[in-house]
Design a binder for this molecule. Structure first.
Ligand code: NAD
Length: 343
């Protein structure tokens, strides 16, 4: 698999003349750098020769230790710096000055947790956080922001696959509504001259996946962890996207010219939950015992992405098959549990 883009980032001539060539062309900011996708993105950029400033607040949605483990390799890298802070509060101006691209991934994720009192956190991280990122990127003269949106903006569509600009956006969860509003904010700042692209990620999986996500919990159940509870009949399906494929699309969205405002990023490997459960059982060598529960609140029946626009605009295509990707995630869960066992 080749995840190294042949498209090199372009220099931005209006940045300060005092900067070194490297700083002018290849110093990125990543928000949410300690998270699942953000840490893989940072590793990819470092491997490509970039300098990276990562920002993360280590929110308590899941354990700080998990996020520190995500960063372990990066913190050994001279070209990686971590700023611990909340994007809704910290002084972003010095961090954004003269940076050619901001990758904005920090958010409160998760569909079910967005109902009830915890919506407050979604408003803070997703709405206030994103508005500040866009405001300060514009003020600092950052030419490009590539930011994480979500397939959840579509809700239950009338026709599949979902197509940007054609399929109506009708989120079914407060989380999806915040992501939809972030896209609206992006539109407002685009109108003011900021080049910003919202990437609608479709269920991203692989090593370091968040502990609340189904595949992570299934891999843990297959490895002696808590039994998995399946919501609904198991015939709900998702367009699963391997994390390095999502990262490759993200890097390209931050570096190629003329990126459309909204892009679907889907792996093209649609599968039902029952199929995923069966595959993980096969990979683990024994079928999984599953408990059943009602439909998950806010969960949609199906997601499927038309990725024609992302393929054309970014020269991107997903390369990881679902079975191989799941086997890599299972291996990662096993290795992690071995480390935890000897502590
Ligand atoms: N994982 C998926 O399947 C998926 C699908 C669609 C969209 N997304 C989006 O992709 C992005 C990354 O998701 P992830 O799965 O890696 O989540 P994650 O929770 O692992 O990473 C998000 C990181 O952002 C940080 N963060 C949150 N609020 C912050 C704030 N106010 N200031 C600074 N840091 C803050 C968290 O501490 C965390 O480390 C999110 O925007 C998410 O909504 C993810």
């Amino acid at each position: 698999m080749n995840h190294h883009s042949s498209l090199s980032p372009r220099p931005f001539p209006f940045l300060s003349p005092d900067l070194t060539h490297q700083e002018r062309t290849m110093h990125a900011v990543i928000t949410g750098a300690a998270g699942f996708i953000g840490s893989h993105l940072a590793e990819r950029l470092i491997a490509d020769g970039w300098t990276v400033t990562g920002i993360d607040a280590f929110t308590d949605y899941y354990a700080r230790e998990d996020k520190e483990a995500n960063l372990a390799g990066l913190l050994q890298e001279e070209r990686f710096t971590l700023v611990e802070g909340d994007i809704a509060h910290i002084d972003l101006a010095p961090l954004f000055a003269d940076r050619p691209v901001v990758f904005h991934l920090a958010a409160q994720a998760g569909v079910r947790g967005s109902f009830g009192e915890s919506f407050d956190g979604y408003v803070h991280d997703n709405l206030i956080g994103t508005q500040r990122i866009l405001e300060h990127a514009l003020a600092a003269g950052c030419p490009r922001v590539a930011m994480a949106s979500s397939s959840s903006v579509y809700g239950d569509a009338e026709a599949y696959p979902c197509l940007e600009g054609v399929t109506p956006t009708r989120p079914r969860s407060p989380y999806g509504a915040t992501k939809r509003m972030c896209e609206d904010l992006a539109d407002i700042y685009r109108g003011l001259g900021l080049s910003v692209t919202s990437l609608r990620y479709f269920t991203v999986y692989g090593p370091r996946q968040r502990p609340d996500m189904a595949m992570r919990r299934l891999c843990e159940a297959a490895n002696g962890g808590a039994r998995f509870t399946l919501n609904g009949d198991g015939l709900q399906s998702r367009d699963f996207t391997y994390v390095l494929d999502a990262v490759d699309a993200t890097v390209r969205a931050g570096t190629v010219a003329n990126v459309p405002p909204i892009l679907n990023v889907g792996g093209g490997e649609e599968a039902t939950m029952l199929e995923v459960i069966a595959t993980i059982g096969e990979l683990a060598g024994a079928p999984l015992d599953i408990d059943s529960a009602a439909d998950g609140k806010g969960d949609v029946r199906r997601t499927a992405a038309d990725t024609g626009l992302a393929r054309a605009a970014l020269g991107w295509q997903p390369t990881m098959g679902l079975r191989e990707g799941l086997s890599r995630q299972l291996e990662w869960v096993r290795a992690r549990q071995l480390v935890l066992a000897v502590r």
